[in-house]
Design a protein around this ligand. Structure first.
Ligand SMILES: [Cu+2]
Length: 490
């Protein structure tokens, strides 16, 4: 019943009634949405909270759903065709001539030129963080704008459970409540060992349950800014209706760095500015000479890999990516980056949740070592707004076949310079740490640019399932596969 029209059932026609019948095997915070066309963008979604049978491992006095979403009055099909024609439409922040000369003063002119040339060859603006942003979207909290000020009431000293759900089509949010610590107790509906933070990034489709204990003030702002720093939505926790607390300004706009492109050999700690690329200027010599498809199959021989650790092992790529006009970038040295709070959140003076802090409150629910491994690359071409796995769109791909009951490992490599929240229907994704140990059970695994992450899957649900990027327009453009779980071995 985690179905998708065309894969596991025929959808629900106009005027039809469809009865979902399923055994509830879990509790927690989830959401539901249409999987037909662009209906999710048009608002066909809602929160889904399942009360557990067993007592919960934490206490609270009240709970509220805080559902975040991105709304547009545009027809979603029109927005999609705009993305196909002008993928940069919302990216107002192309760097200006003024920025160029400021950079040139601060660095050497040579380094600045090298940096700019490199980004030009990458066919991406270093500020290009999201395809659609607040220039198009109005962000909503529980269906209302910041002006509408959704308010959750509390009495001083109470423990409030907030069930954050990112029901956006395309938007990552960075969430904080100035003046309050948030203790994360569940991720994607499943209990985690409590971890207390100031802020968390919530990918599209993820859910996080947090507990806060407001006191000492009558009102606190729940602040959710988009990851591209083009806008925000806010609401309020208050002792009565009609109150507000100060609303922070949106953080400075981050820029993508070499680390975000999977080309950094070290850990991702520390927010790189575009200026420290001087040391990487050898990268600007990456001239592949084939304008149509310069990044499929890098010719390493011509590159001056100054400052890069060639010994750490370069990432290999599937043959289907080579010479593929739908692949504009390949991660060279991707790492899990599990302890990276993410672009725009590093060293911001706040304690920011990372995946490395998420530990399920239970042992590996399967316990077996994976019997085999499937590596899939997230691929795309920014300008063409083409997305897929291994350079192949959904329409041209065979289903992934899993054997009923098997335990396998899926390794994802994110080649394009965008972040993708990857969701497998029907089965859990048990995220592993860098040593291949079970870490946290999720249904949506965020894949930052240049990352390589693995998770275990127990193929315990027969049938056809969708496996896709949860950015709606990426999925529609082809970043989706069918997964077929079948009985009786390979
Ligand atoms: Cu995507």
């Amino acid at each position: 019943m985690d179905g998708v029209p065309g894969l596991s059932f025929n959808g629900i026609g106009r005027g039809e009634t469809y009865h979902y019948r399923f055994t509830v095997q879990q509790g927690g915070t989830y959401w539901y949405h249409s999987h037909s066309g662009f209906q999710e963008q048009a608002g066909l979604y809602g929160p889904l909270v399942i009360d557990p049978i067993a007592p919960e491992p934490f206490a609270y006095d009240r709970d509220y759903v805080v559902m975040l979403s991105d709304w547009t009055d545009l027809d979603a099909a029109a927005l999609f065709s705009r993305l196909k024609k002008m993928s940069m439409y919302d990216n107002y922040y192309m760097r200006t001539v003024g920025d160029f000369f400021r950079d040139a003063r601060e660095d050497s002119l040579k380094a600045t030129l090298a940096d700019r040339r490199m980004w030009g060859q990458m066919r991406m603006s270093p500020t290009d963080l999201s395809d659609v942003n607040a220039n198009t979207y109005t962000y909503l909290m529980n269906g209302t704008t910041s002006l509408g000020n959704w308010t959750g009431l509390f009495r001083s000293g109470e423990k409030i459970r907030l069930r954050f759900i990112n029901g956006s089509a395309m938007t990552y949010f960075d969430v904080r409540i100035p003046g309050l610590k948030m203790t994360v107790v569940a991720a994607d509906g499943q209990y985690v060992h409590p971890v207390t933070v100031d802020e968390f990034r919530i990918a599209v489709a993820e859910t996080f349950d947090v507990i806060v204990e407001p006191s000492g003030q009558d009102a606190f702002t729940i602040f959710a800014q988009d990851s591209g720093r083009t806008g925000y939505v806010s609401g309020t926790l208050a002792v009565r209706e009609g109150l507000r607390a100060p609303v922070p300004t949106v953080d400075p706009r981050p820029i993508l760095t070499m680390a975000d492109m999977g080309m950094d050999h070290g850990q991702a700690g520390g927010e790189h500015s575009g200026h420290d690329m001087g040391a990487m200027q050898g990268m600007a010599g990456m001239d592949h000479g084939q304008p149509a498809n310069e990044h499929a199959g890098h010719d390493m021989s011509g590159m001056n890999m100054q400052g890069m650790d060639m010994g750490s092992g370069m990432q290999t790529h599937p043959a289907s990516e080579t010479g593929n006009p739908l692949v504009d970038n390949q991660a060279m040295t991707p790492t899990s980056r599990l302890d990276d709070p993410g672009n725009g959140l590093r060293d911001n003076g706040r304690k920011v949740l990372t995946y490395a802090m998420l530990r399920s409150a239970f042992e590996d629910p399967d316990g077996r070592d994976p019997g085999r491994e499937i590596e899939l690359h997230l691929t795309g071409h920014m300008e063409k707004f083409a997305w897929g796995f291994n350079g192949i769109k959904f329409s041209g791909a065979e289903p992934l076949r899993l054997n009923y009951g098997e335990r396998l490992r899926i390794v994802l490599v994110n080649d394009p310079m965008m972040t993708h929240p990857i969701h497998l229907h029907g089965m859990w994704s048990d995220v592993e740490d860098d040593n291949g140990n079970f870490m946290v059970r999720k249904h949506t695994v965020d894949m930052p640019p240049g990352s390589k992450r693995s998770y275990r899957v127990r193929a315990d649900a027969l049938g056809m399932w969708a496996y896709h990027c949860h950015l709606l327009y990426h999925m529609e453009a082809g970043m989706m596969r069918a997964v077929q779980v079948q009985e009786g071995g390979a």
